[in-house]
Ligand binder design. Structure first.
Ligand SMILES: NC(=O)c1ccc[n+]([C@@H]2O[C@H](COP(=O)([O-])OP(=O)(O)OC[C@H]3O[C@@H](n4cnc5c(N)ncnc54)[C@H](O)[C@@H]3O)[C@@H](O)[C@H]2O)c1
Length: 274
């Protein structure tokens, strides 16, 4: 269903790799709600993914940019404002990657140049994106910037590895930069802490299948899907949430406030009675 919530609004969406990506679903929903946008991803992802199909479907222009490169980001932002015909109202940062996770290095055995790379892609890039937007004065007043996080920023999920630290850093950047963006430009900055979701990045985490079914059993509303996340993001891009800023917003079917659920207890009891 469409409510026209983003009619006339312009933005940039980072991180749509394939149709499972949270950014992909968000782009589809933004389009349905009347928003226009530029799609961007790392140059290498252009070859791996199917972003062209999404661009065709939504009438978006694609501008490749490595989100760790200030030069790429500066071009991306200035070209987007030009192509879209005005300043931006929304930006989605939907980017995450850990080389240690990819290569199966344990948290207790990190290769630190990989740690630094993962940090730069997953968290530093958010600061860079915002600094470029801020300096170019590219955001409209009451615009909205959202990045995606995970609860391993607050609690221990051993196999999430150094991504846990990257997410803690990301959430802190949202608060710190959000202060300046709010004070100086009336722009809000938030992170959404999303349920485990079966995407390329999600499935790359060791033990993901156990992870996602445990969260499903723990959450009174069940896991939030990528489409649910897209819908929540739309609400944060809309004019209905103008005073929400500096927040890390849990979007997880209630998981983050649970201790234990009947479903999880039952699974343990069944195991013990075997
Ligand atoms: N999938 C989950 O379980 C889950 C849960 C909570 C939060 N998140 C977060 O959601 C966001 C989106 O991930 P997703 O699950 O949709 O997976 P995804 O793999 O579809 O998206 C990750 C994106 O990051 C992009 N990327 C990587 N390096 C980049 C770079 N240098 N420059 C620009 N883009 C780069 C990839 O190309 C890809 O499009 C990430 O921040 C992820 O950590 C995911």
């Amino acid at each position: 269903m469409s409510y026209g919530l983003l009619k006339g609004k312009r933005g940039i969406i980072f991180g749509a790799l394939d149709e499972n990506s949270i950014a992909w679903k968000t782009a589809e929903r933004v389009h349905e709600e009347g928003g226009s946008f530029v799609l961007t991803n790392a140059p290498i992802a252009m070859r791996m993914g199917t972003i062209n199909q999404l661009a065709e479907k939504t009438g978006a222009t694609i501008i490749p940019a490595d989100a760790t490169s200030l030069e790429d980001l500066e071009k991306l932002v200035s070209q987007s404002v030009e192509i879209l015909g005005g300043k931006l109202d929304f930006v989605l940062h939907s980017i995450g990657m850990s080389v240690n996770v990819r290569k199966g290095r344990l948290y207790t055995d990190q290769k630190y140049d990989w740690t630094v790379k993962g940090w730069d892609v997953s968290a530093g890039s958010f600061h860079k994106v915002m600094q470029v937007l801020y300096k170019q004065e590219a955001m409209n007043e009451w615009g909205s910037i959202v990045a995606l996080s995970y609860m391993a920023a607050q609690r221990v999920f051993p196999d999430y590895n150094d991504m846990a630290d990257n997410k803690a850093f990301l959430e802190s950047i949202a608060r710190s930069f959000g202060y300046f963006f709010g004070r100086d430009k009336n722009v809000r900055v938030n992170t959404i802490s999303q349920s485990p979701t079966p995407t390329t990045a999600g499935k790359g985490v060791k033990g993901f299948d156990g992870f996602i079914s445990y969260a499903e059993k723990m959450s009174p509303l069940g896991n939030a899907t990528a489409l649910d996340c897209a819908n929540y993001t739309i609400s944060l891009f809309s004019d209905l949430t103008q005073k929400v800023t500096l927040q890390n917003l849990f979007h997880d079917g209630g998981f983050s406030n649970m201790g234990v659920s009947d479903a999880v207890l039952q699974a343990f009891e069944e195991q013990q009675n075997k």
